[in-house]
Design a protein around this ligand. Sequence first.
Ligand SMILES: C[S@@+](CC[C@H](N)C(=O)[O-])C[C@H]1O[C@@H](n2cnc3c(N)ncnc32)[C@H](O)[C@@H]1O
Length: 323
Amino acid sequence: MNHPVPSHIPVMLPEVLRLLRPEAGGIYLDGTFGGGGYAQAILAAAPCTLWAIDRDPAAIARGASLAAQYPGRLHLIEGQFGSMLSLLSEHDVTALDGVVLDLGVSSYQLDEPSRGFSFRSDGPLDMRMGRAGPTAADLINALPERELADLLFELGEERASRRIARAIVAARAEEPITTTARLATIVRSVLRPDRSGIDPATRSFQALRIGVNDELGEIERGLEQAGQLLAPGGRLIVVSFHSLEDRIVKRFMGAAAGRMPSPSRHDPRGLSERAVAHFRTLTTRALRPAATEIAANPRSRSARLRALERLPSLSAGPEAYAP
Ligand SMILES: C[S@@+](CC[C@H](N)C(=O)[O-])C[C@H]1O[C@@H](n2cnc3c(N)ncnc32)[C@H](O)[C@@H]1O
């Protein structure tokens, strides 16, 4: 049987490049290297230096050939973008001309059953993007029913969270739940498919993935640190794929540009006070992929892009830089 060769089609790449504007001698960070689609385009666009982070060792290993194509210009780091400040400071990088974050999982991860992200094929219930921490099976088999229900509700926006949690707890009492297929069957036994055609397991799998990888915490830490690393004129571009992510990005950017209070529940005062006059947003509303892109790459359909620029001078207020 022929297996399709896995690949990842970069989402909204022309928009990312237009907003990032890579320049000769610039220093950039791709915090979500993935399949290297953005990275390759940035390196090709200008003779710049690119630091690239991914928490997935498989992504870093795949990037070696691109690094060899651009000797001395692409530097790959295995780690989490929520720790970008310390990861980069180990290499004496303290200021950047641009940061891109393309959130979520790559097609390489989704399409590889052994990673346990997909309810479409059977695999171990893992869902970790990196090497460390508890797996989805650890959470599913250990969390008390109530916490499980809260996780499904808060991170999956699953309205049937209580019923699903009850079914999971009953099933795991018989035998631990260790595979994606068994979990999907349990969820489907509670929820019938609706007319949308979306698999009833979708929201539960999304919730678990976000929980296992602490994705929302990573986004908050990553945005905050990107804000600190950007040099005057430097730009932050974030592509998100669901409303929980986009809400954090929108609030952060609004607060950084002085339009909204309290960007982060972990740092309710710090950033808004520090950043209020230091940034301007480059996207009044989130940009969406063109219909032609969605037709060519259905995984792009929920993408939303937001971007921010650090103002040239700390003394200049945002009103001097209206878009
Ligand atoms: C959507 S893909 C990026 C695709 C990439 N832009 C491209 O063009 O090929 C997301 C990647 O980010 C990585 N990732 C997600 N969250 C991360 C985090 N907090 N820290 C580092 N890498 C992360 C995932 O492992 C995955 O490889």
